[in-house]
Design a protein around this ligand. Structure first.
Ligand SMILES: [Zn+2]
Length: 306
């Protein structure tokens, strides 16, 4: 029985998800997946309160809120080696895709969707020629850039997706997470929330002369986003401004799409100090209290099976 105070309603599990969860738990038991304690990724302090002790599948997973700057993050997190294994082995996709790796028809559907990244970048009217995407999956985000005559390269850890991107959709893709050379534009769509240390990773891109970054993340906006063990960070616009400023970039333009934040940042190489946001902590706590109330209702239903 979960502690009701930290209760988080679990998703309905399919048999595929259940077997992926069992595999994940086995890997944790045998230390193939291990964890490390981390400080706040924004202000780098250890001054956080616990919000949730499980994630959406019911897997033990602690989510905390920094009392100093209002950054919501997971602590502990998988260590670097475990994270790599989690994505390379496709355990991540099976866990978060009803127990399946992506099917060909799902991949084809992704290609047919309108490309909001290309549209957003085009509106900013920037000069660029080379584009890389970290976590490029089947290459569907890069296809519109490739069709526009840009030189594109995908970086993806999943062997299945690398194979699909290269051989089926003809988007050049490497099985790696680290860029081999500088690019004019680097796309990080639904990637930053998976990183261990976002400031460290973005600094690396700055030091390697990547001039523009396109970043899209699930936003901590008007609701608490889905808590999952693949996500290490939950970003508000305020936290993103601070993290990007510390890395040597500056936001050029931003927008919101569904519950995501999307933005374009330009290299400045001026590293700013973290921004303290005392009001952000209270804002997030209000969302947590509201969310907790709906979770209590869920718990009540679970117990009495209405
Ligand atoms: Zn903090």
């Amino acid at each position: 029985m979960q502690n009701p105070f930290y209760y988080y309603r679990t998703r309905k599990l399919t048999s595929g998800t259940s077997s992926a969860i069992a595999e994940y738990k086995k890997k944790v038991l045998h230390k193939r997946i291990s964890f490390i304690e981390v400080a706040c990724p924004n202000c780098h302090r250890n001054y956080a309160r616990t919000l949730y002790k499980v994630e959406r599948h019911g897997i033990p997973w602690q989510t905390v809120l920094c009392r100093y700057c209002g950054m919501m993050y997971s602590n502990p997190q998988m260590d670097e080696e475990s994270t790599k294994h989690f994505y390379e082995s496709d355990l991540y996709r099976r866990l978060h895709n009803q127990g399946q790796a992506l099917s060909t028809s799902q991949l084809v559907n992704r290609y047919r969707r309108p490309n909001n990244i290309f549209n957003f970048v085009s509106k900013a009217k920037i000069e660029y020629q080379t584009v890389a995407e970290i976590g490029s999956a089947g290459g569907w985000n890069l296809k519109a850039f490739q069709n526009d005559g840009k030189s594109v390269t995908g970086y993806e850890l999943s062997e299945q997706l690398v194979e699909m991107a290269n051989n089926f959709f003809h988007v050049p893709t490497k099985q790696a997470a680290v860029l081999g050379s500088p690019y004019d534009l680097v796309i990080l769509s639904h990637v930053l929330e998976h990183f261990g240390d976002p400031v460290f990773e973005l600094k690396w891109l700055a030091e390697n002369d990547c001039e523009y970054l396109y970043i899209q993340v699930p936003g901590l906006l008007h609701n608490i986003p889905s808590i999952q063990n693949a996500h290490n960070h939950y970003f508000s616009l305020a936290n993103l401004v601070s993290i990007i400023g510390q890395s040597g970039y500056q936001i050029v333009t931003h927008g919101f799409i569904n519950n995501d934040i999307q933005l374009l940042a330009k290299l400045t190489m001026r590293r700013l100090a973290p921004i303290a946001m005392p009001s952000e902590y209270e804002r997030v706590m209000k969302l947590v209290r509201k969310h907790r109330l709906s979770m209590f209702r869920g718990l009540f239903h679970d117990i009495f099976r209405f």
